[in-house]
Design a protein around this ligand. Structure first.
Ligand SMILES: Cc1cc2nc3c(=O)[nH]c(=O)nc-3n(C[C@H](O)[C@H](O)[C@H](O)COP(=O)(O)OP(=O)(O)OC[C@H]3O[C@@H](n4cnc5c(N)ncnc54)[C@H](O)[C@@H]3O)c2cc1C
Ligand code: FES
Length: 259
C-alpha cells in the first residue's frame, strides 16, 4: 500500500557539500514506512522535469509523522529540490519498494558510501530498537560529506568514518576500514548502499567471511511501481530474468547480486 500526496515542506537545509535534508510531515506515509524503502518525488506539475525522482527514507519519526530525505544535488531535479523553501509543496508517492530485513539481537554492520548512507540511517535506528548492536561505517571524499552523525546519536549505534583526504576518521576507502578494523567473527549481518564498486568490495568481504547480508541498488527510474521496465536489470550476468529494482528491490540479498 502506498500513498500519493502533496506535502508542505517544513525544512530544507544544506547540511554538507551539495547535500540537503528535506523534511515534511505526512503521518499516513510515516506509519507505513520500512527502512530501505523509498519515496518517488514529483517536483512540480510542469512538464520539466517530467519524471519523479526516487529518494530513500533517510529518517522517519513515526510518532510525529515526520519524514526526512537526504539528497545530493547532481542534476536538474535535485537542483530544483534544493531551491524549495519552507512552505513550498512537492508530491510524494510511497513508501515504494522492498525494505531491508531487520535482524534481531544481532551484531549488524552497515556500510555506506557517500549519499548511500541515506537508507542506512533509519535502518540503524530500527535495528538498535530491536536490540541489535549496530556498527555504521560511512565513507566519503571529505568531512563535509559526512553528514549523518547527528542522526545516528542513539544507544547501541556506533559510527566509524573514513575519508579519502583524511580530514576526519580513517584515511582511505570505507571498504579498507571494513577489511582492516571489523572483526568478521563478530559480524552477524551486513547491509550496504553506495557506489557499485564499494558494494562489490563489501559483497566480497561478506562472501569470504560467510556473512549474510543485503544491498540496496540504484537504477534510473520512471514509474517507480513496476509498470514500465525503466529500472530493469539482471542481478548476475548469467541470470535469465530481469528484476525491476523499483518493485523487486531496491534491497536484494547480497548473494543474489554480482557487481
Ligand atoms: C531507490 C533509489 C533511492 C535513492 N535514494 C537517494 C537518496 O536518498 N539520496 C540521493 O541523493 N539520491 C538517491 N537516489 C538517486 C537519485 O534518485 C538521483 O540522484 C536523482 O534522481 C537525480 O535526479 P536529477 O534530476 O538531479 O539528476 P539527473 O539530471 O536526472 O541526472 C544527473 C546525473 O545523475 C545520474 N543519475 C540520475 N539518477 C540516478 C540514479 N538513480 N542512480 C544513479 N545515477 C543517477 C544521471 O545519470 C546523471 O549523470 C536514489 C535512487 C534510487 C533508485
Ligand atoms: S521504474 Fe518503472 S518498472 Fe521500475
Amino acid at each position: 500500500m502506498a500513498v500519493n500526496e502533496k506535502v508542505v515542506i517544513t525544512d530544507n537545509r544544506q547540511v554538507g557539500q551539495d547535500l540537503f535534508v528535506m523534511e515534511f510531515c505526512l503521518p499516513a506515509l510515516a506509519k507505513l514506512c520500512k527502512p530501505g524503502q523509498f519515496v518517488h518525488v514529483l517536483l512540480n506539475r510542469q512538464a520539466d522535469p517530467l519524471l519523479r525522482r526516487p529518494l530513500s527514507l533517510f529518517d522517519v519519526d513515526q510518532a510525529e509523522g515526520i519524514i526526512r530525505l537526504l539528497y545530493r544535488v547532481v542534476g536538474r531535479g535535485t537542483e530544483l529540490l534544493a531551491q524549495k523553501k519552507m512552505g513550498d509543496t512537492i508530491e510524494v508517492m510511497g513508501p515504494l519498494g522492498t525494505g531491508f530485513s531487520l535482524c534481531q539481537k544481532a551484531k549488524a554492520v552497515l556500510v555506506g558510501g557517500g549519499v548511500g548512507i541515506a537508507p542506512l540511517v533509519y535502518l540503524a535506528r530500527m535495528l538498535s530498537e530491536k536490540g541489535c548492536q549496530v556498527q555504521v561505517l560511512h565513507g566519503a571524499a571529505n568531512k563535509d560529506q559526512l553528514v549523518a552523525a547527528s542522526y545516528l546519536d542513539y544507544p547501541g549505534i556506533e559510527l566509524w568514518t573514513a575519508t579519502m583526504d583524511g580530514s576526519i576518521g580513517f584515511k582511505g576507502l570505507v571498504t579498507e576500514l571494513l577489511q582492516e578494523q571489523v572483526d568478521p567473527s563478530k559480524c552477524d549481518f551486513i547491509y550496504t548502499c553506495g557506489p557499485e564498486p564499494m558494494m562489490a568490495a563489501v559483497s566480497e568481504y561478506a562472501r569470504q567471511n560467510h556473512i549474510s547480508g543485503e544491498v540496496s541498488l540504484e537504477e534510473n527510474m520512471a514509474c517507480g511501481v513496476g509498470a514500465c521496465l525503466g529500472c530493469a536489470r539482471k542481478l548476475k550476468p548469467e541470470d535469465e530474468n530481469l528484476v525491476k529494482v523499483c518493485k523487486d528491490g531496491p534491497v536484494f540479498d547480497i548473494k543474489a547480486v554480482e557487481f
